[in-house]
Ligand binder design. Structure first.
Ligand SMILES: C[S@@+](CC[C@H](N)C(=O)[O-])C[C@H]1O[C@@H](n2cnc3c(N)ncnc32)[C@H](O)[C@@H]1O
Length: 273
C-alpha cells in the first residue's frame, strides 16, 4: 500500500478513538490531558535507573559516533514531544546540545530545569511539530518517544523529523494505543467498545512506505504503568470521564475484572538513518 493510503488509514484509525460526544460533554476533566507530574516521575525514574533498552542503545551509538566541536563523542539531539526529557536526558553524557520541542510550555520548563542541573546545554521550542520544524537547526540524531499516537498527520510529522536530522531518527512507541488498557472499563462503565488499531506496525509500515530504511526492536516496558491500584483508579476515572469520587468503585471493578496487577506494555523502537 502506498504512503498516502497508509497515512489516511493512520488518521482514520486514530480518529476512531474519539470519545462519544455525550460522554465527553459530561467529563469532569480533559480525559486526554497529559499530567506533568506523571511525566516528571517517568523522567526521575529514567534518570535514576539507567536503561540498556533498544531506544537508549540506538541513540547512544548514533550520538557517540558523531564526534563534534561540542566534545568528543557528543552530538546534537532533537527531542520532539520531549515532555520533561525522559527519552533524552538519560543520554546526557552523549549530548553536545539538546533541542527539545513540545506543545506544552510547563513540560519544557521542567525539562530546562533538569537539563541545567545535569549540565546539558538545551534550547526549547514550544509548539506543534511539524509546524515549528524550521525553528530548530538540523540535528545529528532525533528521538520522538511516546508521541505518535497523538499525531493524526503522521506522514508530515515523520517527513519533518527526517528532514531536520542528518543522522539517525529514532521513534519509541507502545505496541498498542496507550489507552488500550482501559477497554474493559469503557465496556463496564459506559457499554462502549474501543478500537484496537492503530498499532506500532501501522507506524512502521507508513515509515517504510515513505522510503525510510526502518529497523525495529520490541521489548517489555522497563517501567510499570502504575505503582498502586489507587493510582490506576484515579487515572482511569479521568480517562473514562468518571467523577473522581468513583475511584473506589473503579478499583473494585479492576480487581473483579482481573486487571490488577497490570501486565507490562510492549514498547517498540523504530529507527533509520
Ligand atoms: C506521552 S508524552 C511523552 C513525553 C516524553 N517524550 C517521554 O517519553 O516521556 C507526549 C508529549 O508529546 C507532546 N506532543 C504531542 N504531540 C505533539 C506535537 N505534534 N508536537 C510537539 N509536541 C507534541 C505532548 O505535549 C507531551 O508532552
Amino acid at each position: 500500500m502506498d504512503a498516502e493510503r497508509l497515512a489516511a488509514r493512520w488518521r482514520e484509525r486514530l480518529e476512531s478513538w474519539a470519545i462519544p460526544e455525550a460522554i465527553m460533554a459530561k467529563a469532569p476533566v480533559d480525559p486526554w490531558g497529559h499530567s506533568p507530574e506523571r511525566f516528571a516521575t517517568r523522567t526521575d525514574r529514567a534518570l535514576a535507573e539507567p536503561d540498556d533498552g533498544p531506544t537508549v542503545t540506538r541513540l547512544a551509538e548514533a550520538l557517540s559516533g558523531k564526534g563534534s566541536d561540542k566534545g568528543p563523542g557528543k552530538g546534537t539531539l532533537l527531542d520532539v514531544g520531549a515532555g520533561s526529557g525522559a527519552a533524552s536526558l538519560p543520554l546526557r553524557e552523549h549530548i553536545g546540545h539538546l533541542y527539545a520541542v513540545d506543545t506544552s510550555a510547563p513540560m519544557l520548563e521542567d525539562l530546562t530545569a533538569r537539563a541545567d542541573k545535569l549540565g546539558v546545554p538545551v534550547t526549547t521550542v514550544a509548539g506543534r511539530w511539524p509546524d515549528v520544524a524550521d525553528d530548530v537547526p538540523v540535528a545529528d540524531v532525533a528521538i520522538a518517544a511516546h508521541v505518535v499516537y497523538n499525531v493524526p498527520d503522521l506522514a508530515a510529522f515523520l517527513r519533518a523529523l527526517d528532514r531536520r536530522t542528518q543522522g539517525r531518527v529514532v521513534l519509541e512507541l507502545p505496541h498498542r494505543h496507550p489507552m488500550s488498557w482501559l477497554t474493559p472499563l469503557w465496556q463496564h462503565f459506559h457499554g462502549v467498545d474501543r478500537p484496537v488499531r492503530p498499532v506500532a506496525e501501522d507506524c512502521v509500515a507508513l515509515a517504510a512506505a515513505l522510503g525510510y530504511p526502518v529497523r525495529v526492536e520490541e521489548r517489555e516496558a522497563p517501567l510499570e504503568r502504575f505503582t498502586s491500584l489507587e493510582e490506576l483508579a484515579a487515572s482511569a476515572c479521568r480517562r473514562i470521564c468518571l467523577d473522581p469520587s468513583m475511584a473506589d468503585e473503579v478499583a473494585a471493578t479492576v480487581l473483579e475484572l482481573g486487571m490488577w496487577p497490570m501486565p507490562r506494555d510492549r514498547w517498540t523502537t523504530v529507527w533509520w538513518e
